[in-house]
Design a protein around this ligand. Sequence first.
Ligand SMILES: Nc1ncnc2c1ncn2[C@@H]1O[C@H](COP(=O)(O)OP(=O)(O)OP(=O)(O)O)[C@@H](O)[C@H]1O
Ligand SMILES: C[C@H](N)[C@H](N)CCCCCC(=O)O
Ligand SMILES: [Mg+2]
Length: 210
Amino acid sequence: MAQGYFITGTDTEIGKTHAAVRLIEQWRSEGKRVMAMKPIAAGCEVLPDGRWVNDDVERLVAASGQTDRELMNPYRFLPPVSPHIAAREAGVAISLDTIKAHYLALAEQADLVLVEGAGGWFAPLSDTLFMRDLAWALDLPIILVVGMRLGCINHALLTAQAIEASGLPLAGWVANRIVPDQPAYEDNLATLKAHIHAPLLLEIPFEQKS
Ligand SMILES: Nc1ncnc2c1ncn2[C@@H]1O[C@H](COP(=O)(O)OP(=O)(O)OP(=O)(O)O)[C@@H](O)[C@H]1O
Ligand SMILES: C[C@H](N)[C@H](N)CCCCCC(=O)O
Ligand SMILES: [Mg+2]
């Protein structure tokens, strides 16, 4: 059975997928068979043939080389909103059992499975469930992506504390530079290292779009 990780972040749009792609590329370069999972994707483009395409799913598929999008992404919604709202509007109840079954099928085919949440640790899946509950149901160690910018220390420490409170292990964290020149970056990094009780796995520079 594969080793799995659940990747969460300090917010939406702070580079969970970006970091996931980096980790997948790194693991594949070490010869590992890696599968990615994006169980719930909200925000799709509709192709001329009617298919719904989600950017995260496509980036993860491209990085991992896997092809079965239905297996890695059981829930796909059109509007780019919180999953609980997208699911309610679509009349869909997100089932943790369904996601777990998909995860286990992927895990049979891989050495490593990386599961990307949507939004942050407390992004809701329904009126009663949060992303945290999905990570708990999958029983996976967590990787926390910190979008490095002013305000991230507070967001990172709140999230790390909530992960600890869930009882799931924090396997490590990623410092992802989402702004070109964060003032006092090294000092911010040192502060995070001092207060997050898990290793810094990866530091990703800001990458200017060409
Ligand atoms: N290190 C970086 N340098 C430059 N741009 C980045 C970096 N990391 C992320 N971005 C950009 O920021 C945006 C958000 O990144 P990404 O899609 O990985 O976020 P996310 O946390 O996965 O969001 P979601 O909650 O929607 O899944 C993307 O346009 C991405 O290209
Ligand atoms: C649409 C977006 N890119 C993500 N897929 C979902 C973000 C959910 C955020 C919920 C919240 O914390 O307010
Ligand atoms: Mg993403």
